[in-house]
Design a protein around this ligand. Structure first.
Ligand code: G1P
Ligand code: ZN
Length: 540
């Protein structure tokens, strides 16, 4: 088979500092576009002669993109690619597979929770040997490469059959097709008390899992229904579809409303959960109850020792900066180190690798542990089930007891999507410019205690990341955070994170509890005036 060298123009689309490229599917399908990015990964990621893992969330173009990656890997001298059957792998399963096969890294095809299909989004991400997203120095090298690229290399060869496990050759490269679920399911069995969860379910505990027509369908069906004995139908929307059935595969109350409705109905199961397009996010529900991701992280930290994989206790915990400080209170009570990192999973990687933390999470529905180097939706669901099986209490009672002990961090995130970049930058720049005048100011009855533009100093590698979001701390433990999204694909997305701490009043309506913080943000940032938006597009 002949290697073909194709001349191309360099492209500059990748945002520096992001671990992958996420764009409209149509962009990726443009001539040479996917190829240029893959070539940059293979070169800057130093993949020649190495073993790579490959798989994706099954969205539209996943199958063809995988064949392109395989041909290019072979043409660039990659020794072997381990690929999920059907070119499928959830993000956490890809992370695990990189680790268990001791691969050099992996290429994950996904745009996470973004809609898929010809009019949706597609994405390509490079993970490194620890199973996590490539660190900044690698992504910067990839970015530089995309801007200098003059050609890419591929093979003139037919598509490989990826529909069955087995091995094949593509030129000099070995290709091993593996069951995408098996290694991941084994890992879950090693962490959790499957017997206890099976007994819980056998005793009449009812659960429902919404796979949102995305990648976790096969994983949840195998683990929840086959291995744990939940009745058929426990997994809803379990067949992965290239366009996720036309929906947004994002596990939040807006997009998983069918599940939320069921959980709020008279026949509500005891537990409900959902995961996103590529299987790394989770949503946790009880009858009439939405457990905020921030609370979920705190509750998991407080109870993880009930699962065999965490019985020895936790080394420490970490949360992304905008995530509520509920977990900080648990860490303090348990005497655990607690780290505050910038948004994005990659910052947890160093702490996990160094053994400084065991659990970590983000307000955006990501929770995970040192078992892989990505957040993991189904893992969070199984840890919750293990805790429920050990405590034998309804989830609502467990949450309430937690608040009684630690106080409640009311929390919400307001997103302003596809805002003109100029307007969004104006909001941030003006606020940033006036930060030093804020302490002591009283707004909407709240006194500003401190305000800053969050900077992170990585305690493991000593690197610094500045301008990670504006934090406004109010007296009494309440807080507002403003930052611009790094993952949006259209204009700018302004995120406003609202948090109000209350040790006594545990049953307020969250919207009412947060109203003074919302008013304070409007006074300080002038979002309405600068963006022309009367209200946020999405409230989670
Ligand atoms: C969003 C989330 C962030 C998460 C990232 C990738 O990033 O807010 O927590 O790590 O997606 O799933 P953002 O768009 O806010 O930059
Ligand atoms: Zn995701």
């Amino acid at each position: 088979m002949d290697v073909r060298t194709v001349p191309v123009e360099p492209f500059t689309d990748q945002k520096p500092g992001t671990s992958g490229l996420r764009k409209r599917t149509a962009s990726f399908m443009r001539q040479h576009y996917l190829e240029c990015f893959v070539q940059a990964i293979l070169e800057a990621g130093d993949c020649a002669g190495k073993v790579l893992v490959l798989g994706g969330d099954g969205r539209y173009f996943n199958d063809r993109a995988a064949q392109t990656v395989l041909r290019m890997a072979a043409a660039n001298g990659v020794a072997k690619v381990v690929v999920g059957q059907g070119a499928l792998l959830s993000t956490p399963a890809a992370s695990n597979l990189i680790r268990v096969t001791r691969a050099h890294g992996g290429i994950v095809l996904s745009a996470s929770h973004n809609p898929g299909g010809p009019d949706g989004d597609f994405g390509v991400k490079f993970n490194v040997a620890n199973g996590g997203p490539a660190p900044e120095k690698v992504t910067a090298a990839i970015h530089d490469r995309t801007r200098a690229l003059r050609e890419y290399r591929t093979l003139d060869s037919a598509d490989l059959d990826l529909s069955r496990p087995g091995t094949a050759r593509l030129g000099a490269m070995e290709v091993e097709v593996v069951d995408p679920v098996a290694a991941y399911a084994t890992l879950m069995e090693s962490l959790f008390d499957f017997d206890a969860i099976r007994a819980l379910i056998k005793g009449g505990f009812r659960l429902r899992f919404d796979a949102m027509h995305a990648i976790t369908g096969p994983y949840a069906t195998e683990i929840l229904e086959r291995r744990l004995g939940a009745p058929a139908g426990t997994v809803m929307n379990g067949t992965p579809l290239p366009d996720f059935g036309g929906h947004h595969p994002d596990p939040n109350p807006v997009h998983a409303h069918e599940l939320v409705q069921a959980m709020n109905g008279p026949e509500a199961p005891d537990f409900g959960a959902a995961s996103d397009g590529d299987g790394d996010r989770n949503m946790i529900l009880g009858p009439g109850l939405f457990v905020t991701p921030s609370d979920s992280l705190a509750l998991l930290a407080a109870n993880a020792h009930l699962a065999p994989g965490y019985a020895k206790g936790l080394a420490g915990v970490a949360r992304s900066m905008p995530t509520s400080r509920a977990v900080d209170r648990v860490a303090e009570a348990m005497g655990l180190p607690c780290f505050e990192t910038p948004t994005g999973w990659k910052f947890f990687g160093n702490l996990l690798d160094a053994g400084r933390i065991t659990l970590c999470g983000e307000e955006s529905s990501g929770t995970g542990s040192d078992h892989v180097r990505e957040k993991d939706g189904l893992w969070a669901v199984l840890l919750w089930l293990n805790i429920l099986a050990a405590r034998r209490q309804p989830i609502g009672e467990i949450v309430r007891e937690h608040w009684q002990k630690f106080g409640r961090n009311y929390y919400a995130r307001h997103d302003y999507e596809a805002v003109a970049s100029d307007a969004a930058n104006k909001v941030m720049d003006e606020l940033r410019g006036g930060l030093s005048n804020l302490p002591g100011r009283v707004v909407s009855g709240l006194t500003v205690e401190a305000a800053d533009d969050f900077a992170y100093h990585d305690p493991v590698d000593g690197s610094s990341s500045a301008h990670q979001g504006i934090r406004i701390m109010f007296e009494g433990g309440s807080r507002a955070v403003l930052r611009l999204s790094g993952t949006g694909t259209e204009g700018a997305t302004l995120r406003v994170y609202l948090e109000r701490y209350d040790a006594e009043a545990l049953d307020q309506d969250p919207t009412e509890a947060l109203a003074p913080i919302v008013a304070a943000v409007e006074t300080l940032a002038g979002i309405k005036e600068k963006t022309g938006r009367e209200k946020p597009d999405v409230v989670t």
